[in-house]
Design a protein around this ligand. Structure first.
Ligand SMILES: O=C(O)CCC(=O)C(=O)O
Length: 284
């Protein structure tokens, strides 16, 4: 599905955006389900629902109200929605990742991140691998744009080539902040590229790529469905903060019955006590 140029861009930059992979007809049921969850969130004044480990499935921003809902994350949407389950069972997301990592793929976890109009949510600089270390780093964060993504809406920003560099600590002054040190973040700011495209586009990002995203400055919604898919011979080395009954499922190809490892060293990540990593990054 990916051209040779797109594949080369991914391995060179650690990220590539493939425009308009999913049609409006395919996006509509996902958006309708998302809207039902937003409507449901109006009945709650804080995080609600339950994941497998008992923590809240639906995370809302501080200041969330019925009138101005600020649902910012639905964890493991594939567990509670057939529409979202389908995204990891068949279709172009799997084919695109297989073009990069090979035929045999495993599902790790997924979430639906939103920045609703007026939302103050931002994501600080981090690498996904240091949250979710695996025996090897053939792991991809696939982000499906449910909305048109432009510069003002709080797009993902990635430092090209950073997937070939070091693993940065997410611990600052003895606390797991889920974010790299300010000095690293400062350097990222000057070299980052934005991941932009119309709704239905797919952004494929290497697990070691440094990335962040700013506030949504518009009155439009920015929603990203984010799935982590790995080579089937990559084994998770830490508990996942977004548990799912589908974790570890072979979603493309077959189980090779092998574990492949590469050498690296990093600090142990920490599972947030609340609904998501947003509060770790906010320092609460
Ligand atoms: O929602 C975003 O802008 C990116 C989120 C992200 O990096 C994450 O959830 O790990």
């Amino acid at each position: 599905m990916l051209s040779e140029t797109q594949q080369a861009e991914f391995w060179e930059n650690g990220v590539v955006v493939i425009e308009s992979v999913y049609s409006e007809r395919e996006l509509e049921p996902l958006r309708r389900q998302h809207q039902r969850w937003i409507d449901e969130s109006r009945k709650h004044d804080g995080p609600f629902g339950e994941m497998l480990d008992g923590r809240a499935r639906f995370d809302v921003e501080p200041g969330h109200t019925a009138a101005a809902p600020a649902l910012r994350r639905v964890a493991s949407p594939e567990e509670i929605s057939g529409e979202f389950l389908e995204l990891i069972e068949k279709g172009p997301m799997l084919t695109a990742v297989a073009d990069l990592l090979g035929e045999d793929l495993r599902f790790h976890h997924a979430k639906l991140n939103s920045k609703l109009p007026g939302s103050g949510t931002r994501v600080n600089w981090h690498q996904d691998f240091t949250f979710d270390p695996h025996s090897n780093d053939d792991c991809i964060t696939a982000m499906l744009f449910l909305d048109d993504i432009d510069s003002d809406i709080g797009p993902a920003r990635v430092v090209p080539g950073s997937h070939r560099g070091e693993l940065y600590s997410l611990w600052q002054d003895g606390r797991f902040t889920g974010a790299v040190a300010d000095s690293v973040a400062h350097q990222c700011e000057s070299s980052a590229i934005e991941c932009l495209g119309p709704a239905g586009s797919l952004c494929l990002m290497h697990t070691r790529a440094l990335h962040a995203s700013a506030e949504n400055l518009t009155q439009r919604s920015r929603s990203l469905y984010i799935a982590t898919l790995t080579a089937a011979d990559a084994v998770p080395l830490a508990p996942c903060a977004v548990p799912s009954k589908h974790a570890g499922r072979i979603v493309h190809g077959r189980d090779p019955g092998r574990i492949r490892s590469v050498a690296f060293s990093m600090e142990t990540p920490e599972i947030p006590s609340g609904a998501s990593f947003f509060e770790q990054q906010a320092g609460s």
